[in-house]
Ligand binder design. Structure first.
Ligand code: XMP
Length: 317
């Protein structure tokens, strides 16, 4: 029967045989899959694994720095690349969800390639693709199918002639987490909720501006921190906040306000293909809502998304 220990042992051996003394490049995202793939490869080939972690400017608050620190702590050979200005510049004025994904996918490829090309004699591109990605990429619709293109070799320069290695290709998410634990990766990384490749861009409905990114980062932090503090984070498969493209009227003191509205989302799922909205306690929602409205300027209304998938999707774009 399948155990994570035997998977690690076999895979490390196979990776060594396959890769030998070649250099490998891998894009880290801060998520579970690419992290587990990196640590597995690092165990197999050590310093010949070169990781690139791109800051799109669309990550959660402080995420780039904190994740980069934990990668370094794990001994990974990782280069962090700050490219937020490029992404936000290219996204300025764009509101169509598919157009956002295309721009972000293209920017990721460009930034990643520019870095990868600076590494001499790289022979392989490693990816944290897992089984559901393989299945979803094969389907014609679904947002995931489209963005996975940013992990795609199709976007890499031909002259690099990279061969692809995907050590997690046959695993489901829970198996990836088990493998990660047996590799000694900390629970703060293993237990992380899934987060979409295009990041907060697809949770900012309408136009993406630096100000709106900051508002969403601040709201998201209050919500996610509160889930952790109340012991709810691990009971939820994925949670996040959506910044809506509507303003509504409110009052503050004697003043009338006209500000943004955010939607909180929390779902239970096993693979993201179907999902139920989570019945978070009213007490919890009340406190988070108060906190958000009191602390984040520009937001005067909070709603909770009570839609399940299908027919709703987990993300709003
Ligand atoms: P949906 O919104 O389709 O999301 O129900 C299912 C899961 O996939 C994630 N998701 C994405 N992941 N690129 C990604 O890498 C994307 O474009 C994308 N869109 C959705 C979503 O966060 C959820 O976990």
């Amino acid at each position: 029967s399948w155990t994570s220990e035997s998977f690690v042992e076999t895979t490390v051996r196979e990776l060594r045989e396959k890769i030998g003394d070649d250099k490998v490049v891998l894009g880290l995202s801060g998520g579970v899959d690419s992290t587990v793939a990196a640590v597995l490869l690092h165990r197999a080939i050590g310093e010949n694994l070169h990781c690139i972690f791109v800051d799109s400017g669309l990550l959660r608050k402080n995420e780039f720095e904190s994740v980069l620190d934990s990668y370094k702590g794990m001994g990974l050979n990782v280069k962090g690349v700050k490219a937020g200005d490029k992404f936000l510049g290219d996204l300025a004025g764009v509101t169509d969800p598919e157009a956002k994904r295309k721009i972000i996918g293209r920017d990721f490829v460009e930034v990643f390639n520019a870095e990868a090309q600076q590494l001499a004699d790289v022979k392989w591109l490693a990816q944290g693709t897992i089984y559901p990605d393989v299945v979803e990429s094969a389907s014609v619709n679904g947002p995931a199918a489209k963005i996975k293109s940013h992990h795609n070799v199709g976007g890499l320069p031909e002259h690099m002639h990279l061969k692809v290695v995907e050590p997690l290709r046959l695993l489901f998410k829970d198996e990836v987490r088990r493998v990660g634990r047996s590799l000694g990766i900390g629970e703060e990384l293993i237990g992380r909720h899934p987060f979409p490749g295009p990041g907060l861009a697809i949770r900012i409905l309408g136009e993406i501006t630096p100000e709106r990114v900051e508002i969403l980062q601040n709201v998201d932090k209050i919500y996610i921190d509160a889930l952790r503090e109340h012991g709810l984070y691990d009971q939820v498969w994925q949670a996040g906040v959506i910044l809506l493209p509507v303003k509504s009227v409110g009052v503050m003191g004697d003043e009338r306000t006209y500000e943004s509205c955010v939607a909180l989302r929390a779902v239970a799922s096993t693979d993201g293909m179907t999902a139920d909205w989570v019945h978070l306690p009213y007490e919890f929602l009340a406190r988070v809502s108060n906190d958000i409205i009191n602390k984040v300027r520009g937001v005067n209304r909070v709603v909770y998304d009570i839609s399940s998938k299908p027919p709703a999707t987990i993300e709003w774009e």
